[in-house]
Design a binder for this molecule. Structure first.
Ligand SMILES: Cc1cc2nc3c(=O)[nH]c(=O)nc-3n(C[C@H](O)[C@H](O)[C@H](O)COP(=O)(O)O)c2cc1C
Length: 177
């Protein structure tokens, strides 16, 4: 059984709710995902996990959720080379369209130089925003799943389901019986 760790930070609970839905989807494919609030996490726990999912909301015009910001040093000291990591971000594309899920870009800027094996890139199709720090160089993908509970909550379940199937394949996790 692969040790998959989902680390989330949240101010008002949305990112934790999405974490539970992601956990449920993995569970339906026979995979156990351990959820942990970033305030309870450590560099060692991340280093020992076989695969990680990071969940982060963006606050205050491109700001980083503060528990994640406090965790930056731990993340930088974790052993990430070759580790499978996928990310998802919570944001509001109409209210903060110049900064949509920026915090995912911040995470990417930390983990990419550490040679993490980053999976779960997600197409920008279906979103309406102006700019994001979380965009790939070709600007057609986010560095992780974008979830907008403020403006497109009705699309979240379908997005989560599709993304989990994508991540299962990209993590090369076989369907467990
Ligand atoms: C004051 C305020 C500032 C926000 N700033 C941003 C932002 O810069 N970019 C963005 O994409 N979303 C922004 N949001 C939307 C939040 O990221 C969104 O509501 C998210 O679901 C919150 O997640 P949480 O409940 O896990 O903290 C902001 C929301 C508020 C109320």
């Amino acid at each position: 059984m692969t040790d998959i760790l989902l680390v989330f930070g949240t101010d008002t609970g949305n990112t934790e709710e999405i974490a539970e839905k992601i956990q449920q989807q993995f569970s339906e494919s026979g995979h156990i995902v351990e959820l942990i609030d970033v305030t309870d996490c450590s560099a060692d726990r991340i280093s020992e996990a076989e695969a990680c999912i990071f969940g982060i909301p963006t606050w205050d015009f491109g700001g980083i959720q503060e528990d994640w910001e406090d965790f930056k040093g731990e993340l930088e000291s974790a052993e990430l080379e070759g580790k499978k990591i996928a990310m998802y971000g919570l944001g509001d594309q109409f209210g903060y369209g110049d900064f949509f899920i920026d915090a995912v870009g911040w995470l990417h800027e930390i983990i990419e130089p550490k040679k993490a094996d980053i999976k779960g890139y997600w197409p920008i199709t279906g979103y309406d925003f102006t700019d994001s720090r979380a965009l790939s160089p070709c600007k057609t993908y986010f560095y992780g799943l974008a979830i907008d509970e403020d403006q497109q909550f009705e699309q979240s379940d379908a997005r989560i389901n599709a993304w989990v199937q994508q991540v299962l394949a990209e993590f090369k996790l076989e369907e467990a019986a």
